[in-house]
Design a protein around this ligand. Structure first.
Ligand code: KIV
Ligand code: NA
Length: 277
């Protein structure tokens, strides 16, 4: 197997082969994505909540993100590696955004960055793309704006707002984005946007009509017990297995059945115990 490329992602989009993307925040998860052939590893800033226990993505710093992207980059050999630019690291000016994006590549070892927004970040997306850092856009529900939006809710349900989501996607494709995440929008709108764009669309809560799908690792594995969004499907119950493992460990230590001296311990070298005494 070879490293996934943007060219291949485009080929998949045009062939109608669904693109798979999952988040990863550490080395073992990145290894799992790699082993099982996920196309894109996303170091999402959902890292803030599901991995660091922060209340929202807006608290995550660039340095915290870089610490995790390096770990993922060591494990994700074949998947294409994309990471979210943290809130605040691309807003002050396009120049500042380019500096942050370069850090994501040089210190964070990512291959592409993801930015939330519409026409207001088009100049920034253009500059970052032009220096050679591929940009994935993220429109629809933009979690970095959850306070301004008064929560996390479906976007584009009425005609003017649907138009505005489409305009965001078109503006960022125009600005050079190589793909776009569509989050929490009506499935017909996502399908329409996918047909209007030439770049791949990756949906989350956007129905089956996009070029690919993305979900958060901890949602997929049931390791996260915050509020479950409507669009989350739990594909495994790792949380349950972990709980069983912890309970079994506690019981075995408490009842003395772990560890077993013979099979889980070490012997002195022959004759040494007598000398020691
Ligand atoms: O941070 C994240 O995990 C994301 C995906 C849900 C698209 O941005
Ligand atoms: Na994100």
């Amino acid at each position: 197997r070879k490293k996934m490329t943007i060219q291949q992602l485009n080929q998949m989009r045009h062939a109608g082969t669904p693109i798979t993307m999952l988040t990863a925040y550490d080395f073992p998860t990145a290894r799992a994505l790699d082993t099982h052939g996920v196309d894109i590893a996303l170091v999402g800033d959902s890292l803030a909540q599901v991995c660091l226990g922060l209340p929202s993505t807006t608290r995550l710093t660039l340095d915290e993100m870089l610490h995790h992207t390096r770990a993922v980059a060591r494990g994700a050999v074949h998947p294409f590696i994309v990471a979210d630019m943290p809130f605040g690291s691309y807003h002050a000016s396009p120049e500042d955004a380019v500096r942050s994006a370069v850090r994501m590549v040089q210190d964070g070892h990512v291959e592409a960055v993801k930015l939330e927004g519409g026409p207001e970040i088009a100049a920034t997306v253009r500059r970052i793309s032009q220096v050679g850092v591929p940009v994935m856009a993220h429109v629809g529900l933009m979690p970095q704006r959850h306070t301004a939006l008064s929560g996390y809710r479906v976007q584009g349900r009425d005609a003017p707002r649907a138009r505005s989501v489409l305009d965001d996607a078109l503006a960022l494709e125009e600005a050079g984005a190589f793909a776009v995440v569509l989050e929490a929008i009506p499935h017909r709108l996502a399908e329409y946007i996918t047909a209007r764009l030439t770049i791949p669309t990756i949906g989350i809560g956007a129905g089956p009509g996009t070029s690919g799908q993305v979900l958060v690792w901890d949602d997929v594995m049931t390791r996260w017990h915050g509020k479950k969004a409507k669009f989350v499907r739990r594909f495994a119950d790792v949380g349950h297995e972990e709980g069983r493992g912890i309970q079994n460990y506690i019981s075995a230590v408490q009842d003395g059945s772990f560890p077993d001296a013979q099979t889980e311990g070490y012997e002195m070298a022959t004759g040494e115990w007598e000398k020691f005494l």
